[in-house]
Ligand binder design. Structure first.
Ligand code: AGV
Ligand code: CA
Length: 318
């Protein structure tokens, strides 16, 4: 068998940037995708499953849709995402570029997400990188059911949390210090952070530096003759850009930056911090730096230009 590069399992929550991330992972030459799963947090499950399978069909390398399965999560969180954001999944799933064939080839897994991930890890011949761009619920459940999978995990690359004062949750009964993926299931963060897994964290420190802007959109528009960039541009057409000031709806390239870190870690700066999570109460989901915390490789900085060039290059080659 040919050299396939590093093995990757991807669990996402069906937001616009989650689905764009799946598209990008499929373009990475040195990454071998061994499984995908969808958790209905910042998106809906049915269109999230369908869109994921169609993206693999349309943008995966030849043979990919025979190999990789998409698993359905049966996990539920503590704090639901706004339905308005979750509706984006239906928009992506309905894009004509994904619906041209009228049929779906990529298979759905028989097992629920967390068990599918356990199976894929146990069957892997070498340690696997986990990419999570939504809440950590499926990983927490997998670790509870099969603690020995820890040995098969190279590292977890997670979009979630922040050590800044300000998070991105604006909800009644919360103080605004948490990031959404941590807030959806704070106890899952606690379980995963209590494990020995190596964690690379793409938190708001870096994602705040890559907002969706009108110039970025225009760059994608100018390159829409490439199917991949047309797809990315169409996806982000659903999302409000940053123009004058941030609002609760402003979009950043949260998950896409996280995915880019898997493909090219040289795009970002990392440092070790020691962190813990607040599981309950008005700050639930808040991640804090503390001496007694667990070590985390925190992505604290990114050069936006290099990052946007990288994702444009990947998309152009699709
Ligand atoms: O907190 C960022 C996470 C990412 O995984 N998600 C969106 C990304 O997929 C939640 C989120 C925070 N603010 C949002 C979000 C917004 N304005 N619209 C949609 N989702
Ligand atoms: Ca997400």
């Amino acid at each position: 068998e040919a050299e396939m590069g590093k093995k990757l399992y991807f669990n996402h929550d069906a937001g616009v940037d989650d689905l764009v991330s799946l598209f990008l992972v499929l373009q990475m030459k040195d990454v071998e995708l061994i499984g995908v799963s969808v958790i209905p947090a910042d998106g809906y499950l049915e269109p999230g499953m369908a869109a994921s399978r169609k993206i693999i069909d349309r943008f995966g390398a030849p043979g990919m849709s025979d190999k990789v399965e998409v698993a359905r999560s049966n996990s539920r969180g503590q704090n639901p995402f706004p339905a308005e954001w979750r509706m984006h999944t239906f928009f992506v799933d309905a894009l004509p570029i994904l619906n041209e064939p009228g049929t779906i080839h990529t298979r759905e897994a028989g097992l629920p997400a967390h068990q599918h991930m356990i199976q894929q890890l146990q069957n892997a011949s070498e340690p696997v990188t986990l990419l999570f761009t939504g809440p950590l619920t499926d990983l927490a459940r997998a670790l509870e059911e099969a603690p020995s999978i820890e040995e098969k995990i190279e590292k977890l690359v997670w979009m979630g949390g922040t050590f800044n004062e300000k998070g991105n949750v604006q909800e009644p009964e919360h103080d605004g210090t948490a990031e959404w993926n941590a807030f959806w299931d704070p106890e899952a963060v606690e379980t995963v952070w209590n494990s020995g897994i190596k964690i690379e964290l793409v938190a708001l420190e870096s994602t705040n530096k890559v907002p969706l802007t009108v110039p970025i959109r225009n760059r994608w528009a100018s390159l829409r003759r490439h199917a991949g960039l047309d797809f990315v541009g169409q996806c982000y057409a659903a999302c409000p850009p940053l123009v004058f000031m941030e609002t609760n709806s402003t979009y950043y390239l949260w998950d896409v930056l996280t995915t880019a870190v898997v493909g090219d870690p040289s795009l970002v700066q990392m440092k070790t911090v020691y962190g813990t999570v607040i599981p309950h109460g008005p700050s639930q989901g808040r991640t804090v730096e503390t001496d007694g915390g667990r070590p985390i490789s925190l992505v604290y900085d990114v050069e936006p230009e290099k990052f946007f060039d990288y994702i444009t290059m990947l998309s152009q080659n699709a």
